[in-house]
Design a protein around this ligand. Structure first.
Ligand SMILES: [Zn+2]
Length: 1096
């Protein structure tokens, strides 16, 4: 046989010997550009593919009768209320408004005979605003986005019976990004937008034509986006042109379309019409997950978010039914709770899908919160409230913390995540950095205490991907950790009002996978898994020896630095409510131990926390929402404060306290909620001598100041015209022309303010960032610094308890500041500080107000309080990474210290700070005009202080700042001695750096209301502490008069860990007591939680 083969070699008998004629090279760019014509809406539209997709349609009153009910006053009635009203006839072409109003449409729809046998029928509705479709009986079916996005609802088969069917649409007069005028969505919303209903049609879809549309879309993208020197790009171009030629040759007929699709399969494979395309067993490296980033408030009020959740998630339930490969993840327990309360039908559908594994709760937190400003305990409670909700409703906790859009990530998050049962973290926002490019995609993120989580930042650099070819491609081309691992997540789906993934997204992704399998080059994508599956594989890899790169400390976001300052009142409310909740939980716990009649108000406290946590949402607390959101949050905070005050009174009453004015029924005493002794001056109401000295541990003596410390006093004198000298036994302060020109530490013999410099100097900056007004302050604002000058200084208090001058400063025609600079009598060696208390009338436009403290301290790093610890940042601009931190976040204090001496600046409601060289600068107020046109306008009250200290940064700063934020409670008590031991029962001894931060009752104690999780058989006290200075420490946690039978070290979710043995120990808390306790060892910056099980 071999011989015969040999004989037949040589020119093929069929290959033409003569050229048929000239054949030209296809000029690549021309043939590539041509592909766009086939899909576009331009001049050739009618000749091309898009018109073929709609096979037939019906509109008008014969088939679609419309009537409407428009509720008054921008109200949002329920389905039941709305549909009980009369509906009046209306029609396509009418306009509805104004902004934020709701309109209920009754739709009577009959499918015409000619359409009833068509393969796929849709109802299309578009008024360029959002809508929700309800059945006649009040079930939610489907959400609509408007403006050409998600305008269709696939009609049920039952509608083809030729009869009239009724359903409703609840129209919301806002677009997916609210009601901003013009094209700039961050401008304040207009109040009078009207929306014209322009589409209400029944359409029959030619599914083959639609299929070809997606085929061609992806082939066209492959031709354009694969490298020009790749054969894969050229082949896509050839196939695309061939499809167009075939379509033209067949005149766009159905047969031609079928032919075209056959050609497309040469590039896409033959499985792209179903989920089977994912059936191959080749390794897929990109995991696609559907998501809908719903901002809990932003360019719309919370009431609208509640509807956005129902619209979006009902869409996803529907889409999962039609596309079995789709997996959808949704975060924010608050949104689930709203759905459960307001849309129980949708919630049940979600619950079913969660059970099936297709709808995946994620994140573990109450909302996708800001992480810069909430306190440590707030971060903990985000997870406690979130994880408990997920566990109680779905029987599962989340393993991945999900925070794609928050503005920077504080340094202790990995530790708190681990303590809340999460070892993974997904984010993306750092890709918005406008100075330095963050260098990793997948890495270990390490907290102050050494705890780590695996962090992944989607290389497609979006959490709202349109599922385009380019997104899949960038999953490798922008992957920065390929040396360690080349897998990644692709998070796709429209956010906010967009309702999550669309069928278009899924159709496109099927074709992307087809391309990877058939042609290659495009990273292979898969659907059908979960974010946890992705991380599980990653963890496995690491177990097998892959070392991930590490990133220690905060993930500082190099943008949106204005969010530490914008919406000052909201931030102050956040701080105040955190302090209030601390005190309430502490006193409520003690009250519940003292008085068996007293009921620990767990449900009310939970509700307060939920409101506070909600207001920490990443556009609320940072100040980047519209005015309506702050009206909402003001209302919530008012509720939190009212409830808190009432409950606090209840707890104090149970502890035997009366009102401070009821002096006849007992002795006036102070009540300390901090876990260490305090000595302070207070000004009780209705008492003759204005200042009293309060000191002690849990219960504090209140005595007239002079009788307690006769030698102690503060004084003031005017040394020359406009120059005042305030002094006490520790400091001499010179105030000249309204600024501090000298602050002399008598014991240290040291001047704090450098010669010729001015402390407490108010400065104002022009504040016009590149775009995001409420969010950003840009580096160049520093060049516009202007000093404000005092108009008048006068003595307002002249001692002996306190010396004060009031400085009046005019900012402009409309704005002014009155600052009271005070120095109180120093009591013994208790720390003394210069306190500033300001009243500001603020009516500026795009200005930034700050206050400066130049100090005679040398250090290349400054320290700032962060949650459960300290973050150190450069005071110089050596590198672009250093310079990027020209404005940073701090909590209650910032500190600049050298070896033997330092200065702390304390505040009670601010978060923005900068230290540049020896200049410390506290940010006070901003005046952005978008998205809230009136942000921060009006009256403000601000307190801050300068605390010089001998020695480096120490617990002195931590404790003083804490006390500066926690005013003492005063009350009368018939027998203070009887209650004193209880009020100083929980103490840590032997380690001053351990801060006993939170005391509360156990979440699932037997006497607590159940939220659906099993209750325990015992009662317990939860004690949370942390090392505040950064060093391993041993100490004793003792509980005085509490009857504790067992101590468990637990995580923040209060799962028991290891039992710790109780020891009888000498603890000198108030000088003499012995107490039982446990010996504890806490790592540097560790957050440690203990469950003290009570004996009863
Ligand atoms: Zn967001």
């Amino acid at each position: 046989m071999g011989g015969e083969t040999h004989l037949k070699m040589g020119p093929s008998p069929t290959y033409p010997k003569l050229a048929a004629g000239p054949v030209g090279k296809k000029i690549h760019n021309i043939y590539a550009d041509r592909l766009r014509m086939f899909m576009s809406d331009g001049q050739y539209r009618e000749q091309n593919l898009p018109p073929k997709i709609i096979d037939a349609s019906a509109s008008g009153a014969e088939w679609i009768k419309l009537s409407v009910y428009s509720p008054p006053d921008l109200s949002r009635p329920t389905f039941k209320e709305a549909t009980s009203h009369d509906f009046t006839p209306t029609s396509v072409g009418k306009a509805f408004g104004p902004s934020w109003s709701t309109h209920w449409f009754r739709i009577q729809l009959t499918v015409p005979k000619e359409l009833k046998d068509k393969e796929h029928l849709e109802f299309r509705w578009d008024a360029n605003n959002e809508g929700l479709i309800w059945t006649e009986s009040g079930d939610v079916i489907h959400g609509l986005t408007g403006g050409g996005e998600r305008v269709e609802w696939v009609l049920p088969e039952s509608y083809r019976d030729g009869k009239e069917h009724v359903f409703y649409i609840e129209m919301a007069c806002n677009k997916m990004f609210g009601n901003a005028p013009g094209g700039d969505s961050i401008q304040p919303p207009s109040s009078d937008t009207y929306f014209q209903l322009h589409t209400a049609d029944i359409v029959a879809i030619n599914l083959e034509a639609r299929g070809l549309y997606f085929d061609f879309w992806e082939i066209g993208d492959a031709s354009r986006e694969f490298p020009g020197d790749s054969w894969e790009s050229h082949k896509a171009g050839v196939i695309g042109n061939s499809i167009m030629d075939t379509f033209i040759a067949g005149n766009g007929s159905n047969e031609a379309i079928k032919e075209c699709r056959k050609i497309a399969r040469k590039y896409l494979g033959d499985k792209v019409d179903s989920e089977k395309v994912y059936g191959g067993d080749q390794e897929a490296i990109v995991s696609g997950i559907g998501h809908c980033h719903i901002d809990t408030c932003w360019l719309w009020p919370w009431a609208e978010t509640k509807r956005k959740v129902a619209r979006s998630w009902s869409n996803q339930c529907d889409l999962i039914d039609r596309y079995p490969e789709l997996r959808f993840c949704a975060s924010q327990a608050q949104q689930y709770k709203w759905l459960e309360t307001l849309y129980p039908g949708v919630f049940d559908r979600v619950k079913q899908k969660v059970k099936e594994g297709t709808f995946q709760p994620i994140g573990g937190s109450w909302v996708e919160h800001d992480t810069n400003m909430p306190s440590g305990e707030s971060l903990v409670r985000q997870f406690v409230a979130g994880q408990r909700f997920f566990e109680s409703r779905f029987g599962q906790r989340c393993k991945t913390f999900w925070l794609p859009d928050t503005f920077g990530y504080s340094t202790q998050l990995p530790q708190i995540c681990q303590l809340a049962g999460m070892s993974r973290f997904f984010t993306q926002k750092l890709s918005w950095n406008n100075i330095n490019n963050f260098p990793h995609t997948t890495f270990n993120w390490v907290a102050l205490d050494g705890s780590q989580v695996i962090c992944h930042m989607a290389p497609s650099e979006t959490y709202t991907a349109e599922a385009n070819f380019g997104d899949v491609k960038r999953s490798v081309t922008q992957h920065k950790s390929l040396d360690q691992d080349h897998t990644s997540l692709l998070v796709f789906g429209k956010g906010d009002g967009g309702g999550g993934p669309t069928y278009q997204h899924i159709e496109k992704l099927r074709r992307c996978r087809g391309i990877s399998d058939k042609v290659g080059l495009l990273p292979r994508l898969k659907l059908g898994g979960s974010v946890d599956d992705f991380f599980d594989k990653l963890e496995k890899k690491i177990e097998d020896g892959t070392d991930l790169v590490t990133w220690y400390g905060e993930l500082y976001f190099e943008l949106h630095r204005g969010t530490y300052t914008t919406q000052a009142n909201n931030k102050r409310n956040n701080r105040y409510s955190e302090i209030l909740l601390h005190d309430l939980e502490y006193l409520g716990t003690l009250a519940s131990i003292k008085d068996s009649e007293y009921k620990y108000p767990k449900s009310e406290i939970d509700e307060m926390w939920e409101n506070v946590l909600l207001c920490q949402f990443h556009d609320c607390l940072p100040g980047s929402s519209i005015e309506m959101c702050y009206d909402d949050s003001d209302e919530l905070y008012a509720k939190v404060f009212a409830t808190g005050e009432k409950l606090l009174k209840g707890a104090m009453k149970a502890l035997g306290f009366g009102h401070p004015k009821e002096t006849t029924t007992g002795k006036l005493i102070g009540l300390n909620t901090l876990p260490w002794s305090r000595t302070e001056l207070v000004k009780p109401a209705n008492v003759l001598e204005p200042y009293h000295l309060v000191n002690g541990d849990g219960i504090l003596d209140v005595r007239p100041m002079l009788s307690a410390y006769p030698a102690t006093s503060a004084s003031i004198k005017e040394t020359s015209q406009g120059v005042y000298e305030l002094s006490n036994s520790q400091f001499k302060v010179e105030v000249s022309d309204g600024v501090i020109t000298s602050l002399y530490d008598l014991a240290a013999k040291r001047e704090v303010i450098p010669k010729g410099k001015k402390g407490n100097q108010l400065v104002i900056f022009d504040d016009k960032p590149l775009y995001w007004q409420a969010w950003d302050v840009e580096v160049y604002h520093l060049d516009s610094r202007k000093e404000l000058h005092a108009a008048k200084t006068s003595i307002t208090e002249s001692g002996p308890h306190r010396a004060s001058v009031e400085v009046e400063t005019k900012i402009s025609e409309h704005s002014w500041i009155k600052t009271t600079i005070s120095l109180a009598a120093a009591i013994g060696d208790n720390p003394s500080y210069v306190e500033m208390s300001s009243e500001v009338e603020w009516r500026e436009t795009m200005k930034f107000l700050k206050v400066e403290f130049p100090v005679d301290i040398v250090n290349q790093e400054a320290s700032y309080e962060t949650q459960f610890g300290i973050v150190r940042r450069p005071t110089h601009y050596n590198t672009t990474w250093d310079m990027a931190k020209f404005e940073v976040c701090c909590h209650k204090w910032a500190d600049l210290s050298e070896a033997g001496y330092g200065v702390s600046i304390l505040n009670e409601s601010k978060y923005g700070f900068a230290t540049c060289g020896d200049l410390m600068r506290l940010s006070l107020l901003r005046a952005p005009k978008a998205p809230d046109a009136h942000a921060d306008m009006g009256r403000h009250h601000i307190r801050y202080a300068i605390l010089p200290h001998t020695g480096p940064l120490s617990t002195l700063t931590i404790r003083t700042a804490r006390a500066f934020n926690s005013p003492l409670h005063l009350g009368t008590h018939a027998s203070p001695a009887s209650i004193a031991p209880l009020l100083s029962s929980l103490r840590i001894s032997g380690a001053d750096n351990l801060v006993l931060d939170t005391v509360k009752r156990g979440e699932d104690d037997k006497d607590m209301p159940s939220i659906g999780l099993p209750l325990r058989k015992d009662r317990s006290v939860i004690v949370r502490m942390y090392d505040a200075m950064g060093g391993k420490s041993r100490g004793v946690l003792s509980w005085g008069v509490l009857d504790v039978k067992r101590v468990e070290k637990c995580n923040v979710l209060e799962d028991d860990g290891e039992e710790i043995s109780i020891v009888e120990t000498e603890v000198l808390v108030d000088g003499e007591r012995t107490s039982k306790g446990v010996e504890i060892e806490v790592r540097a910056f560790e957050v440690a939680t203990y469950r003290l099980v009570l004996a009863d």
